[in-house]
Each structure stands twice: as C-alpha cells, then as structure tokens.
Write a protein that binds this ligand. Structure first.
Ligand code: F0G
Length: 465
C-alpha cells in the first residue's frame, strides 16, 4: 500500500478554480497544440504538472512581504533584504539579482568562460547547456553511471563520478578546464540528489587542481532534505545547517528562484567573498541585459517575496510534506507496475517512456507522445524530457537520443491536494493499460534552438509532412 504523505504544516486560505473539459475538447486542444504540452492553453488543463517552476503557492508571510516592496530604481531596500536572506540561508555575501535562472546562466558563462573551455556537469540542463555552449564552452556529462539507469535505486544518483572528472582532466590537452558545475536534485536525472560526501570530494579535487566549483542551487533545499533523511551523520542537522554546509563547498552559485525560492519569478548569482572579481564583472554586465544591479529584472516586491521564500523553504516540516506527496504519487504508480525512475526524486515523478512505450523507436518520440496521451486521458499536463528536449548534435545534425527518455510529472509546491494526486495516478494507469495502441510522433515544425518549447508534431499515421 502506498504510504500517505505527511500532513502539510499549513491550511488553505484562498482557492483558484480549475475545470476539466470534455475528452472531445481535449483531443481538439491537443491537435491545436501540435501534440506539444507547452503549447496547450492553461485554461484547457485540469491538473498542471508541466513544471514546478514559478508555479508554487506563496505563504501569507510572502504575500505580506510583497506589500513592503521598495520600487526605487536604485538602492532598493528590498534588494538589501534579499542579500541578507541569501547570506543567512546560503552564506554567500555577494549577490547579483536576475529576472530568472537562465539570465544568471547567461551572465555566468559569458563572463567565466573562454571559447573552447571544457565544463563538466552532473548531467545537463537545457538552458544551462545552451548558455554554456553560446559562450563557446564544451559540455561534458560526468554524473555517476547509476543516474542513467532508471532501475538503479542508488540513493544519490546526482553524484559526480570523480573518475570521469579525472579522466576528462587528463585528456584535456591544450584546453582550459576552469570550472566544474554541480546541480543539486538533478532535474534531468529525475530530481536525484547528490550527497554532501560526494560534493566535498569534488570540491577537494577542484581545489587541488585550482579549478572553480559552482553550483546551480535551483533545487538545493529539496537536496538538503534528502541529505538529512538519507546520508549518515546529518539526521540531527537542521535544513539551514545543511544548506550552509553545501554552499561552503563551492565558490559561488546561481539559482532559478522559481523553484525552491517559492516565488513566481526571480533568480540570482551569488558568490563567496574571494570571488569578488567575477562578481564585479557580473554586476557590471547585469545592467546591459537585466536592469540595475540592485534589481536585475525583478520588481522590489519580487525581491521581498523571494527573501521570505528562502526563509520559508528551510522548514523541515514543509519539505517533508512536499517530498512525501511526490513519493505518494510515485508509489501509487509503482504499485500498478508503471515504469518509473527509481528512487523517487524531489520535485516530481519521472515516467520511463522508453519502457512504457517499448514498441516505439526513440526517434518516434515516445516521451512526447506519452505526455500528450496523459493530457488526453485526464486533462493532466506533463512534460517530455527525452529526445525532443535533448535536441540535435550540432556536428552530426542527428537527434541526440539521450539515455533517458522520460515524462516528467512535476509537482508545484503547496498547490495540489491528495485527491489531485490520486486522480493523476489513476489516469496514468489507464494510459498504461492501453499502451500498445499508442502510436509514435513525427515533427511538423522543428525550431532550431531549445526545440521542445515550440515544436509541433502529428501521429506517425497522419498525412502531414
Ligand atoms: N537550472 C535548473 C536546474 C532548472 O531546472 C532551470 C529551469 C533553470 C536552471 C533555468 O531557470 O527557468 O528560471 O530561467 N527549469 C524549469 C523546469 C524551466 O521546468 O525544470 P529559469
């Protein structure tokens, strides 16, 4: 029997109506969207599990903080409150605000890299790799091998493989190797955490070689929860202590605050004091792309809501309710033999579309079609994280055919109830029961960059080409 989630440490004060349109209308909506869940109108979606990004519900303290927003163009008091919160929660004293995560990635890679530089990461994220490559960097995936095996129940599938790092370093030739990037709760691996033990080892390795270690701390609080509950020696530490310990083993970080920042928009770059030089470069450049260095694309009120969100997210009771809710969905599906990424990650449940639709070739986009079918079945919106997201290899022009072909059911924070979760599981089980009849897809329109956002498809049997 699936284990019920831990009770939430909050109750609901305001509700937002949602509606389920008929199956016939869902079919029409799906065709209009070219079988791409990114192109559905939210009014046609019943339960929206497209992303956990910017979709959280704010607390009453955050809504109150909005009212304190100082909208001064320069030197806003909200900015100083945000800097204070980042220093308290993560221990980084130097902050450059940005409107969201990819803006921080843009500035970071543009200013930290030179063309031809090698950058290893514990798996890729779409926008991260794109900005890294735009800056002329060469991305390498050095995550541990278990991360590519959906059946492996290793507790820390977000770990970096030091041997792969060392090997890459030995083979670097004339190329520069200035920075290693690690992301907590690795998104594309299924929301899988790294252990503090692994991070410390990588940090030590980087220090010995004079290489910087930067973190993408987008889902750091959820990783801290897994460290507390899974890693020996951390049971008695608070979430905040663990967060500080993670960040102490880095030179700096960036965050898409739309996830663990518990806000609808926001992001930042943050540095330890020895990174003053890179901080100053980023602070100079932020005015070109984002806004003055004391708001960087966020309104004053957004910065205040984020400052409060960073304090809210340190609550163990909140994180436990959040993650056990995700685990509940995982076990309801697992009980019905639906192929999943194991163990359950932090921000969502990832379906193994390659196994779910095993009769399809990866170039028939099984994950893209499965996401479309889940919408048709229950009005539930999910996201492809497979061959479409991975794009084409710039050298060969062929689909990258990544090892993981997944559908992500991402759970917004503090938004859906237990019955929504049960409803979702039932709809997916019905899709699984009729899986043999589900055909593959082909492109009818393929954008050149980050194609998954706007691509259009039709079932392989359709005439359009
Ligand atoms: N890094 C990670 C690990 C992310 O998951 C995201 C966004 C970003 C950076 C970029 O941040 O969206 O604020 O510009 N992930 C979203 C998602 C889009 O749905 O997983 P952003």
């Amino acid at each position: 029997m699936a284990k019920r989630p831990a009770p939430e440490p909050y109750k609901i004060k305001m509700v937002e109506p949602i509606r389920l349109i008929s199956r016939q209308d869902r079919q029409k909506a799906l065709e209009k969207a070219g079988y791409n869940t990114f192109l559905l109108d939210s009014q046609d979606v019943y339960i929206d599990l497209l992303t956990d990004s910017g979709t959280s519900a704010m607390s009453q303290e955050q809504w109150s903080a909005l009212m304190r927003g100082d909208e001064a163009y320069a030197g806003s008091a909200s900015f100083y409150r945000l800097v204070e919160a980042i220093k308290d929660v993560f221990g980084y004293p130097l902050v450059v605000p940005t409107h969201q995560g990819r803006a921080a990635e843009h500035l970071f890679f543009k200013l930290a890299l030179q063309p031809g530089d090698i950058v290893p990461m514990n798996m890729y994220f779409t926008t991260t790799r794109h900005h890294l490559e735009l800056a002329g960097g060469i991305f390498y995936d050095t995550i541990c091998s278990q991360a590519h095996d959906t059946a492996s129940t290793f507790k820390f599938k977000g770990n970096m493989d030091i041997n792969k790092l060392e090997d890459l370093y030995q083979k670097r030739g004339e190329r520069r190797f200035p920075v290693v990037v690690m992301a907590p709760n690795v998104n594309m691996a299924g929301g899988q955490p790294f252990s503090l033990g692994n991070l410390k080892e990588v940090f030590q390795w980087c220090r010995e070689k004079g290489i910087k270690l930067y973190l993408d701390i987008t889902r750091i609080a959820e990783n801290a929860y897994f460290i507390k509950t899974r890693e020996e020696g951390y049971q008695d530490k608070t979430i905040q202590e663990i967060l500080r310990e993670i960040c102490a083993h880095s030179d700096g970080a960036w965050m898409s605050a739309k996830k663990d920042g518990l806000v609808n928009i926001g992001g930042f770059l943050a540095f330890h004091s020895h990174e003053q030089e890179l901080f100053e470069k980023c602070r100079n450049e932020v005015v070109v792309y984002e806004g003055l260095h004391t708001y960087g694309g966020m309104a004053g009120r957004d910065m205040d809501a984020l400052a409060q969100g960073l304090r809210d997210v340190c609550s163990f009771e909140y994180l436990r309710a959040r993650i056990t809710q995700v685990e509940y969905l995982h076990s309801l599906l697992d009980e019905n033999n639906v192929p999943l990424v194991h163990p359950c990650g932090g921000h969502g449940v990832f379906l193994d579309a390659a196994k779910f639709l095993s009769h399809l070739d990866q170039d028939e986009f099984p994950a893209q079609m499965l996401a479309a079918q889940i919408y048709l079945e229950g009005g539930i919106r999910s996201m492809e994280r497979g061959n479409v997201s991975a794009g084409r290899d710039p050298q060969t022009g062929k689909n990258r055919r990544p090892k993981l072909e997944l559908v992500r059911l991402t759970i917004p924070r503090r938004v859906y109830t237990q019955s929504h979760i049960e409803y979702t599981a039932e709809a997916i089980v019905r899709c699984y029961q009729r899986r043999d009849k589900i055909p593959g897809l082909k492109f009818t329109y393929e954008p050149k960059v980050l194609r998954f956002f706007q691509a259009r498809f039709c079932p392989l049997s359709c005439k359009k080409d």
